[in-house]
Structure formats: structure tokens, C-alpha cells
Design a protein around this ligand. Structure first.
Ligand SMILES: NC(=O)c1ccc[n+]([C@@H]2O[C@H](COP(=O)([O-])OP(=O)(O)OC[C@H]3O[C@@H](n4cnc5c(N)ncnc54)[C@H](OP(=O)(O)O)[C@@H]3O)[C@@H](O)[C@H]2O)c1
Length: 210
């Protein structure tokens, strides 16, 4: 597959590029300010701002899948939904499936279907509340859009780590272990992204975790 990764220099984007290239896919690694380093030969690194619709349409033309992994800088969280809509618009024009790596906030709490992770301080402490609310708005922007999208909510904790190749998959409820810990490495999240792209399911919103 030819896959465009937007936000390719970021924590998630760089792992998605690595996982995809290790599986033999051709990559367009779209970065804004920081060119990704040490790229394998089947990766083309290109500059592009996700808020530039013409540029995104041009870059998505001829791709089989798009992965959106942008994250706004602190203070700009309110831009996340609009940026995502620009990417969804471009993906619609090029008729390309788009996987959005979003947030855990719009998931339901385990055993508490009436409560969102967003409203659960045990998973979303005050300092994450703004980006968490932005990711909930981001999912709403996807739901309102007619693009061929799929939204991946990470577990509560997503950080660089080890690739185990193993994870559990859920739908709209946070995946947590018996002690309530909800986590995955960015490497294994990338495995889940590529598994979904290679074998798409009907589910529009899914999550993963250990
Ligand atoms: N538990 C959770 O729910 C959880 C935890 C972590 C991350 N996430 C989500 O996962 C996604 C990826 O996060 P991350 O941790 O990988 O973020 P990150 O490391 O901060 O990387 C984000 C990347 O997006 C790029 N970017 C931002 N705006 C852009 C734009 N307009 N055009 C092009 N590139 C742009 C940034 O480039 P610049 O350097 O140019 O700004 C950066 O390289 C986000 O949606 C984030 O909210 C969720």
C-alpha cells in the first residue's frame, strides 16, 4: 500500500512510519517543521501543513490510506477538530480511507457506560483536560463527516516503549487491566494502526490496550 502519514515526525507518526515500512509499504511522511530523520528508502519525506487543503489533496492523490497523527501545540488545542476536518475533506476528494489517531477521552469508562473517560479525573487529570476535550470534539468532527474514516482512541497512557506485537482491541470502552491500568506503547499502537489498514473492519471507532 501507499500510505501518507501526517504528523510523521511525532511520537505516534514516527512509529507508524517505522511499522509500515517494516511491512513493506510505501510511505509519504508528511512533516510540518521537523523533517523525520534516518528514513528507510521506501519513505518519501515531504513538507506539508495539515491546515492547507490544497497541499493535503495533492499529497493524498494516489495513496491507498492516510494516517492522521497531528497534535496541536499547547494553547492551540481548539484547532484539532478543524485540522481533522481539513484532512477528512482532502481524503474525501482523493477517495482515500483515513485513520485518525485521536484521544482516549471520548471512550466510555469500563463498567460505567454512562460516563466518559473525559469526565474521569483518575484517567484525565486537570493538565490533560484541554487536549482531552479537543479529542472529543475531534471525534464529533469525524462523526459529522462523510469521509471514509476510522478513529482510533489510544488507552489512557500512550508513550514510547517496546514493540511486543500484542494488544487487546475494544470498541468504544477504554481497555484497562484488572487494576485499572490502561496503557500501550506507541510502537504497539502503530502495530494496531497497520493491522487495521491491512484488514479494515466495519467498526468506525475502536480502541486498543494491553
Ligand atoms: N492517551 C491519549 O489519549 C493520547 C496520548 C498521547 C497522544 N494522543 C494523541 O495521539 C495523536 C498523536 O500524538 P503524539 O503524541 O504523536 O503527538 P506529537 O509527538 O506532539 O506529534 C505531533 C506531530 O504533529 C505535527 N503537527 C501538528 N500540527 C500539524 C499540522 N497542522 N500539520 C502538520 N503536522 C502537524 C507536529 O509537528 P510540528 O513539530 O511541526 O508541530 C508533530 O510532529 C494526537 O491526536 C494525540 O492527541 C492521545
Amino acid at each position: 500500500m501507499k500510505i501518507a502519514v501526517v504528523g510523521a515526525a511525532g511520537m505516534v507518526g514516527s512509529r507508524v512510519v517505522d511499522e509500515a515500512t517494516s511491512r513493506g509499504h510505501d510511505l509519504i511522511a508528511v512533516y510540518r517543521t521537523q523533517r523525520p530523520t534516518a528514513l528507510p528508502p521506501n519513505v518519501t519525506a515531504v513538507e506539508g501543513d495539515a491546515n492547507d487543503p490544497d497541499r493535503m489533496r495533492t499529497l493524498f492523490d494516489g495513496t491507498d490510506a492516510i494516517v492522521a497523527t497531528t497534535r496541536p501545540a499547547p494553547g492551540h488545542e481548539h484547532t484539532l477538530a478543524a485540522t481533522t476536518t481539513t484532512l477528512l475533506d482532502a481524503a474525501t476528494t482523493t477517495r482515500t480511507r483515513i485513520l485518525v489517531v485521536g484521544g482516549a477521552a471520548p471512550l466510555h469508562m469500563p463498567g460505567r457506560p454512562d460516563r466518559l473517560v473525559l469526565d474521569s479525573p483518575e484517567y484525565v487529570p486537570a493538565q490533560w483536560r484541554t487536549i482531552a476535550a479537543a479529542s472529543a470534539a475531534q471525534l464529533e468532527a469525524c462523526r459529522a463527516h462523510h469521509a471514509d474514516w476510522v478513529y482510533l482512541s489510544p488507552p489512557a497512557v500512550l508513550e514510547p516503549g517496546r514493540r511486543t506485537g500484542k494488544y487487546r482491541r475494544g470498541t468504544t470502552t477504554l481497555v484497562a487491566d484488572a487494576d485499572g491500568a490502561s496503557r500501550i506503547s506507541a510502537e504497539d499502537l502503530a502495530v494496531a494502526v497497520l493491522d487495521e489498514l491491512e484488514k479494515p473492519r466495519e467498526i468506525k471507532h475502536f480502541t486498543v490496550g494491553y
